[in-house]
Design a protein around this ligand. Structure first.
Ligand SMILES: Cc1cc2nc3c(=O)[nH]c(=O)nc-3n(C[C@H](O)[C@H](O)[C@H](O)COP(=O)(O)OP(=O)(O)OC[C@H]3O[C@@H](n4cnc5c(N)ncnc54)[C@H](O)[C@@H]3O)c2cc1C
Length: 479
């Protein structure tokens, strides 16, 4: 039986691998097809992380007397050929939540079945599989489109466990493998990013021991760099979301915790539920990869560009908190969650640029590779997705900086030009009386837009657009 690894690079607490084990000896395979190559080549850090995680997986398999069989080529034909060569009658893999991969996997399933082979696709990436929450809905098969009822349902469901897979048997006479993927193959280079299941577990243990108890603050205060930083591990499967949820629930049960510490842990649990929410949203609505979830916003005229788009991409908008976020992303392959919202809002509303442009730009830098999560979040921020707010939430970057980085600690960390400045919360020129001593003649740019005006202009366009839409629906319901 062939087991295909993809974004699930571990052996522990692995739902699809556990399902595979029920069908006999496992031949572990990784197919580097064009789509996977494209995804990981987009961001050099992602490529390095992926290759490090694959090497760790191969090592773990070798410790069990087998090895990872790597093949380069189209997914379907490569797996068909391998199944034939090894006499395998079953192919098992973990479901993807990425519209393009979902389509390829559907094709894989039917091509395998056409040849009389068994194809088994198992949900592994989410803590609770999409169908399990959907089953509880009256309109089962559609999934949830709103976060709040989803989280309520999610909290009540039991998280499965596939820990300690001692019963797994791996084939010892595996065919020869091609070389493991190396970062250079994807235009990147070797970096030690700690992309192993051991590191992920240590990171989780440390987080739950200390930082998670202050998560409510850390999730908002970018200088306080103490969120879990597990996104890349969850994305590449070096840790299971189930493990993280279970361990968090265990921690909540500690009777010696303070009320506010429990509240922090519950908030963290909600973040994990939000991850599952966006995975199921893509699973049931793969069209959102291309168009907004909200029908009325599908033709909203977001711009494809703006004279300040390159400044936004480079972290030179003149709004320190926005620029610090973009520069953190460039420097580390990760950005603090609060700043992601501020910087994404700036693109969509201050510049009026399409969320897809922002998503594609950040995809070139993030380590994590989560089309469902990036799409869901970008649409949410742009006011075209699952957020049910009546109006788009336009973040004021200066007020956000005053509230969440009042001392400018985060801004100074990522914008060296501002490191020795007195007040870095205001954009240059934003506060006439303080302007001169604050910035002087430095290289940090003037703000590229007047935020108040840009926000008003956007809202005016939004209001007239939704008024047209309301008119159209009224005409439709009352022709
Ligand atoms: C515009 C925008 C784009 C985003 N793109 C991504 C992305 O490509 N991949 C990604 O994993 N997250 C994305 N997020 C969500 C969130 O910002 C990151 O998950 C978080 O910053 C990762 O850091 P962490 O692991 O320390 O998170 P923590 O705050 O420690 O949260 C733990 C885990 O919960 C999940 N989570 C937390 N917040 C969210 C959320 N809003 N939506 C879905 N899952 C969440 C993630 O898996 C995260 O690793 C995006 C948010 C915005 C506003």
């Amino acid at each position: 039986m062939l087991f295909r690894f993809f974004r699930d690079l571990r052996l522990d607490d692995h739902a699809s691998l556990a399902a595979a084990a029920e069908h006999g000896e496992i031949l572990p395979v990784l197919v580097l097809d064009e789509a996977l190559r494209e995804h990981i080549s987009r961001s050099p850090r992602r490529a390095a992380f992926y290759c490090e995680a694959v090497a760790a997986l191969d090592e773990a398999l070798r410790a069990r007397g087998t090895q990872l069989i790597v093949r380069r080529g189209p997914l379907v034909t490569t797996l068909l050929a391998l199944a034939k060569d090894t006499g395998s009658s079953t192919v098992v893999w973990g479901a993807s939540y990425d519209a393009r991969a979902m389509e390829v996997e559907r094709d894989l399933q039917s091509r395998l079945e056409e040849r009389g082979l068994r194809a088994l696709l198992v949900h592994d990436s989410s803590a609770i599989p999409p169908e399990e929450t959907a089953m509880e809905k009256s309109s089962a098969g559609e999934g949830y489109r709103a976060l709040v009822p989803y989280v309520e349902k999610w909290r009540a469901l039991e998280v499965g466990s596939f820990e300690a897979p001692l019963f797994m048997r791996f084939a010892s006479d595996a065919p020869l493998s091609e070389p493991l993927p190396a970062p250079e193959e994807f235009g990147s280079s070797q970096m030690q990013l700690g992309a192993t299941p051991e590191k992920a577990s240590q990171q989780l243990a440390h987080f739950l021991g200390v930082d998670a108890l202050q998560y409510s603050v850390a999730a908002n205060v970018p200088a306080d760099d103490r969120t879990s930083h597990l996104s890349a591990h969850l994305s590449m499967g070096t840790i299971a979301a189930r493990t993280v949820v279970r361990e968090t629930k265990r921690r909540i049960d500690d009777p010696f915790l303070l009320t506010e510490e429990k509240a922090s842990l519950k908030r963290y649990l909600r973040a994990l539920a939000q991850r599952d929410f966006f995975l199921q949203l893509m699973w049931f609505n793969p069209h959102i990869a291309k168009e907004p979830l909200q029908e009325k916003m599908r033709t909203f005229p977001f711009a494809k560009s703006h004279p300040a788009l390159d400044a936004w991409k480079a972290g030179r908008t003149g709004f320190p908190i926005v620029d610090a976020g973009i520069r953190q992303l460039h420097a580390t392959g990760w950005m603090h969650p609060r700043v992601r919202s501020i910087a994404a809002s700036f693109l969509c509303f201050d510049l009026g640029v399409d969320w897809k442009v922002g998503l594609a730009e950040w995809d070139r830098h993030f380590i994590e590779d989560d089309p469902a999560l990036s799409t869901g979040n970008w649409q949410w921020i742009a006011g075209v997705g699952a957020d049910l707010a009546a109006y788009p939430r336009i973040y004021n970057p200066t007020k956000q900086a005053r509230r969440f980085d009042a001392q400018g600690i985060y801004v100074r960390r990522y914008i060296p030009e501002l490191a020795n400045r007195f007040n870095v919360v205001q954009p240059r020129g934003g506060h006439a009386a303080l302007e001169l001593p604050l910035f002087g003649a430095d290289t940090y740019p003037e703000p590229v837009v007047d935020h108040e005006k840009a926000a008003r202009d956007f809202l005016a366009r939004y209001n007239s657009w939704t008024a047209i839409d309301r008119g159209a629906s009224a005409r439709q319901s009352n022709p």
